[in-house]
Design a protein around this ligand. Structure first.
Ligand SMILES: Nc1nc2c(ncn2[C@@H]2O[C@H](COP(=O)(O)OP(=O)(O)OP(=O)(O)O)[C@@H](O)[C@H]2O)c(=O)[nH]1
Ligand SMILES: [Mg+2]
Ligand SMILES: [Zn+2]
Length: 287
């Protein structure tokens, strides 16, 4: 038997969590013809996961044992979705998974306001730059790829995001020798068509072992298993203030003497990030 890492497609088990998923470390017996039989599975240290269905309590592993996640959105086609990004970030924070943010299709970027030099994409994602490593990327022009490679090297990174944002195209640009299927954006919906249907782990060229997982597009993301009381910990911008409120159990929604809302007023916390927190805290958005 030899210790190996699952890199391909596996049929999912209908269990509380996947029995074995891409990224798991497994012991396999070589049965020839590039096939192996799994004999034992090492304990999963971390995972990026979501619910298989909203009504289901079955967790679907997007990638087992990632070192970090790269959440990719596009400048447009499809339009970036701030609340969805915020939910991804909460999910990563809740699992202690370092998160990078990628904004793809920068070749489609336009000025924030006509006649100004500022970029729409950079204005949209500016709130995240003080807290997260934000990468502006284009698979077409190669923009940002060298800096991204530095952030990936030596690690196992899950690339996740909505369908059609260019996850597979980005990986093709990072490793031109391996072409993955890339889909057209539906003209009717402006959305992707779920071209990638299962997580695939790829080793990038280079001496240092670097793995990047291409994952299927995610349509909705439920934050199951996260207590509302814990949410303020998963917004890094809120953390410096959330223990300083008058009430120890302050929800930061309406209480007097709330340091978080004071910080929003003072411009120390971006209002849109606070609104995302408040929507999740109120339970307005369960998916
Ligand atoms: N202009 C431009 N188009 C891009 C870029 N990257 C990807 N695209 C296009 O966007 C469409 C979707 O790309 P994919 O790479 O299949 O997107 P995906 O995120 O892998 O989609 P799923 O596999 O469905 O989740 C294709 O038509 C690509 O050619 C880019 O950097 N610039
Ligand atoms: Mg894809
Ligand atoms: Zn408060």
């Amino acid at each position: 038997m030899l210790l190996s890492t699952v890199k391909g497609t596996l049929r999912r088990q209908r269990l509380k969590t996947d029995l074995v998923a891409v990224g798991d470390r497994v012991w396999v017996t070589d049965v020839g013809a590039d096939e192996g039989q799994i004999e034992a599975i090492e304990p999963r240290l971390r995972s990026l996961a979501r619910l298989a269905r909203l009504t289901d309590d079955t967790e679907q592993i997007i990638l087992a044992n990632p070192d970090q996640a790269l959440f990719l959105f596009a400048v447009r086609d499809p339009e970036p979705h701030r609340r969805m990004l915020d939910r991804f970030l909460v999910l990563a924070e809740s699992r202690g998974l370092p998160a990078l943010i990628g904004i793809g299709k920068m070749d489609l970027d336009v000025p924030a306001r006509p006649g100004t030099g500022g970029s729409l994409a950079r204005a949209f994602f500016a709130d995240y730059e003080p807290v997260y490593d934000v990468h502006y990327l284009s698979a077409v022009t190669g923009e940002g790829l060298d800096r991204l490679k530095q952030a990936l090297v030596g690690k196992v990174t899950a690339v996740a995001g909505p369908s059609g944002v260019g996850k597979s195209s980005l990986l093709n640009a990072l490793d031109p020798d391996r072409r993955r299927a890339v889909g057209a954006i539906s003209e009717a919906t402006g959305k992707g068509r779920h071209t990638t249907i299962a997580t695939e782990l790829h080793r990038l060229p280079g001496e240092v072992e670097t793995y990047v997982a291409d994952t299927p597009g995610i349509r909705a993301l439920a934050l199951q298993g996260i207590e509302r009381d814990d949410l303020d910990r998963f917004f890094p911008e809120l953390r410096p203030y959330s223990d300083r409120c008058f009430y120890a159990d302050c929800t930061h929604l309406h209480e007097p003497g709330c340091s978080v809302r004071d910080a929003v007023e003072a411009g120390a916390i971006p209002p849109l990030r606070y609104e995302s927190y408040a929507a999740l805290r109120r339970g307005d958005e369960s998916e």
